[in-house]
Write a protein that binds this ligand. Structure first.
Ligand SMILES: C[S@@+](CC[C@H](N)C(=O)[O-])C[C@H]1O[C@@H](n2cnc3c(N)ncnc32)[C@H](O)[C@@H]1O
Length: 237
């Protein structure tokens, strides 16, 4: 499946599996521009929108308001959520947990703030299951974006959720083909970093090559496949 940050099957799958009902209390963690929060609000949930940084929270607020949607906005670190236990029916976190210094702490916080039976909808970078390739795919992402702390395989993310006491009910991979030139330019990478990224992809093990499905044109690295996991987990009733 291909994915897009604003719409796309990642967001659609999360909404389908989290299935928010009107009036349910939903928390969107690390909201960024607020695409997930907007989808929750449109489904009728009472949404609390959080992010670590004031500019991102403001961007999300303007986004939701421009769509006529109301929400509560609060600055919050995903690893220390400023909400009492059992505050929410739904927690979502989309394409952000790879930034967190301690993803396990984040999942524990999710388990704490969910009501019994509450659902977590989660999306983030997925690493290949083979260890050497996983380390290299993670390094490839971190080289382009130093804010990338750590991603995990589908099994790795599931294990973190399970260790926090959540039951994992559904996982799927969604793919997005990335134009390499656009991908590095969006991040403002230097020529040296672009060169290093190309080399990393050229010299990677077969398992990473297969995972990333790199494409070349006339010997130049032009695109690769970015893979995300979409996961639904539930706090036991
Ligand atoms: C790629 S954006 C998120 C995209 C967004 N969730 C969506 O659905 O389109 C990553 C966000 O994570 C936030 N972030 C990074 N570390 C965080 C932390 N420790 N706690 C909360 N938010 C954090 C950043 O400020 C940024 O807004």
């Amino acid at each position: 499946m291909r994915d897009d940050v604003r719409t796309g099957p990642g967001l659609d799958l999360l909404i389908k599996h989290v299935s928010p009902r009107p009036g349910e209390r939903a928390l969107d963690v690390a909201t960024g521009s607020g695409h997930m929060a907007l989808a929750l609000a449109r489904a009728g949930a009472c949404v609390t929108v959080t992010d670590l940084t004031p500019p991102m929270l403001e961007e999300a607020r303007l986004h939701l308001e421009s769509e006529g949607m109301a929400a509560v906005y609060e600055l919050a670190d995903a690893m220390s959520l400023p909400f009492p236990d059992a505050s929410f029916n739904i927690v979502t976190c989309r394409i952000a947990a790879h930034h967190f210094e301690d993803a396990q702490l984040f999942f524990s916080e999710v388990a704490r703030v969910l009501v019994p039976g509450g659902r977590l909808g989660f999306q983030d970078h997925a690493l290949p299951p083979q260890r050497t390739s996983a380390v290299m795919v993670d390094a490839f992402q971190r080289l382009r974006d130093p804010g990338h702390n750590q991603a995990f395989s589908v099994e790795g993310w599931s294990t973190l959720a399970q260790r926090a006491g959540l039951e994992v009910g559904f996982t799927a991979l969604v793919d997005k083909r990335r134009d390499f030139a656009q991908w590095v330019s969006a991040q403002g990478c230097s020529a040296d970093v672009v060169e290093e990224l190309s080399e990393l992809m050229a010299e990677c093990p077969d398992a990473m090559r297969e995972w990333s499905a790199a494409e070349y044109d006339d010997g130049n690295f032009v695109s690769f496949r970015n893979r995300h996991v979409v996961m639904l987990a539930r706090k036991p009733s």
